[in-house]
Design a protein around this ligand. Structure first.
Ligand SMILES: Cc1cc2nc3c(=O)[nH]c(=O)nc-3n(C[C@H](O)[C@H](O)[C@H](O)COP(=O)(O)OP(=O)(O)OC[C@H]3O[C@@H](n4cnc5c(N)ncnc54)[C@H](O)[C@@H]3O)c2cc1C
Length: 402
């Protein structure tokens, strides 16, 4: 860290304009007259696909921020049902996805478009200055508290100061490291291979799971394509890595009749290593973290983006009002602690729940295959539908599942 005593240039600096950081800028700026700097090392909103699902808890949040129309205008598609197929047994479950107690829709939109909509909405408030190609590599400190950042952009190094510095810089967070907050990871024994394929002609807009003993495939619809995420067991991973992209694709397509005739939209896919982790603390030295910087989760339940956005919303709710009244330094401490106390137990519950869901989904061999067939068939029964509705409602509304 380096030291400064000058008056701060901004009220809030947010490092990282991924979904969490961009949502944080919208959450602060849509409700509070604050000067905000959003810093991103990349040239613009992301181009990697890391989850498209906007659960009702998130779309309700977007509605409150006044940006749901922009999400629809960007091409978001509503999903109203979930279907589970088995590669031999066919359709096991076709369940509607209404969420009792909420009118918010379940939408899907490619991850880069979600980042783009959020960044544009933040800028449109007139309160957020976004700097792309700007890499934060050091924190600025005064009296033992973080007071700003040093960023490098094509013009050189710049010291930027603020009353609050927020790290939304993802799983390899440099801010977390600089603050000395550890994040111990537990690796999963499976990974996900993600790729975009042509949309099958007869494919209804459904969240679809294709079960196969070698590893299930999650299929998410887009306008002209489907995004697929295929589970790869650890024992198969080395062999999978040696395959060319067309060979990988043909192996994945062999697991699902739906995908048989589909071609890839681009000539590459991505193999995601998975782990789970939860930092003991979200705040140190007056700075604070949100999103993947403090928690990593198995993506099977599709909750990571929701957690980052809910962190952002909670942080703005706790810190916005004191910042507007001019609070700074140690006077912000109780509000930072309130944010951590609100979010930590909820995030812990989501990590635990997603972990158990992933164990069920990744349980290998013919026993795992039989168990999943039995559970999804039960889900189609009258009693199973009630259980499934309960679980879906808790997930859709971002509540803990016990
Ligand atoms: C395969 C896969 C599928 C997933 N599916 C889903 C899903 O369906 N639903 C869901 O809700 N979640 C899903 N997730 C999880 C979700 O993508 C993440 O939890 C979420 O994107 C975290 O957002 P974030 O903003 O905290 O971090 P990130 O998205 O990692 O953003 C961090 C940003 O900070 C920038 N940055 C980093 N360091 C610096 C620096 N020093 N200076 C400036 N900028 C910096 C990065 O460039 C990046 O833009 C999935 C994840 C994976 C891997």
């Amino acid at each position: 860290m380096s030291t400064t005593t000058a008056a701060p240039q901004f009220d809030v600096i947010i490092v990282g304009a991924g979904v969490g950081g961009a949502a944080c800028a919208v959450a602060f700026a849509s409700a509070h007259p604050l000067r905000i700097l959003l810093v991103e090392r990349h040239a613009g909103p992301g181009n990697i696909n890391r989850g498209d699902s906007l659960l009702p808890v998130v779309t309700a949040r977007f509605s409150a921020w006044g940006i749901l129309d922009q999400v629809h205008a960007a091409g978001a598609r509503p999903l109203t049902c979930m279907q589970v197929f088995h590669h031999r047994a066919g359709l096991l479950l076709d369940a509607p996805l209404p969420t009792p107690g909420s009118h918010a829709p379940y939408l899907v939109l490619p991850h880069p478009d979600i980042e783009r909509v959020l960044a544009e909405a933040a800028r449109a408030t007139g309160r957020v200055d976004i700097r792309y190609r700007a890499h934060v590599h050091r924190l600025v400190e005064h009296d033992g508290r973080v007071h700003g950042v040093i960023l490098t952009d094509p013009a050189g190094d710049h010291t930027m100061t603020a009353r609050l510095v927020i790290g939304a810089d993802g799983s390899a967070s440099a801010l977390r490291a600089a603050l000395g907050i550890p994040l111990a990871r537990a690796s999963y024994d499976h990974s996900y291979f993600g790729a975009d394929l042509d949309r099958p002609a007869d494919y209804a807009d459904a969240m679809r799971i294709e079960l196969h003993p070698a590893g299930g495939i999650l299929v998410v619809p887009g306008r002209n394509h489907v995004a697929v995420a295929a589970l790869i067991h650890r024992e198969d991973e080395e062999k999978f890595r040696r395959l060319s992209f067309p060979e990988r694709l043909s192996l994945i397509k062999g697991r699902s009749p739906l995908l048989t005739g589909c071609q890839a939209v681009s000539d590459s896919g991505h193999l995601y290593q998975l782990s789970r982790a939860h930092a003991q603390h979200y705040t140190a030295a007056g700075a604070v973290l949100i999103g993947d910087a403090i928690h990593l989760i198995n993506p099977t339940a599709g909750q990571g983006m929701t957690m980052a956005i809910e962190d952002a919303a909670a942080l703005a709710r706790h810190l916005g009002p004191p910042l507007v009244t001019g609070a700074a330094g140690a006077t912000l401490e109780p509000f930072l602690r309130a944010y951590e106390q609100e979010r930590w137990p909820r995030n812990a519950s989501q990590i635990r729940w997603s972990h158990w869901m992933s164990q069920f989904y990744a349980f290998g061999g013919s026993w795992g295959d039989l168990l999943r067939q039995w559970v999804f068939r039960f889900g189609a029964s009258a009693m199973g539908r009630r259980v499934q509705q309960y679980l879906w409602t808790r997930m859709a509304l971002g509540k803990a599942v016990h």
